[in-house]
Design a binder for this molecule. Sequence first.
Ligand code: ZN
Length: 188
Amino acid sequence: MNKALINIDYTFDFAAVDGRLSCGEKGQLIEREVSAITERFIQNGDFTVFAIDVHELNNHYHPERALFPPHNIRNSAGRNLFGSLREVYERNKQSPHIYYLDKTRYSAFAGTDLELKLRERGITELHLVGLCTDICVLHTAVDAYNKGFSIAVYEDAVASFSQQGHDWAMEHFKAALGATIIKGKGVC
Ligand code: ZN
């Protein structure tokens, strides 16, 4: 079965102490797992997607404008991949298996060509890591479910500002989306 890793929003703004919409320590604690899992997918030659929020500073039409402070603004340092993940990406970005994807909504599928990229590679199984468990990871998982992909979520490589939201989403992945929950780096 062809599988892909969808690495979601592990950026400075979402993970750093002084990020604009930071998950704080919870976001920083998953750094090693996120990087190790990503490195493994790349080394295996599996399709590895970096699905990264991009926002314009004065977009009055964007629905998140009323919900969150400005974050992941185009060309800002806040959009940089966080910590060691940035090095993993920089070292491997020429690989044909890596796809850096700008997204403007929670779901990596919303308004992007992600589905085309996955279908043309015959990929049927999506593995999810990143931030935040109950927002962008959740919405990407819901879309993946509706499109018929099977889903795996790495419990130690997702996090949220809200522990309650994180816990609820983890249960939802399993109970409502039929996702496999993988502890640690897993062996797949
Ligand atoms: Zn956003």
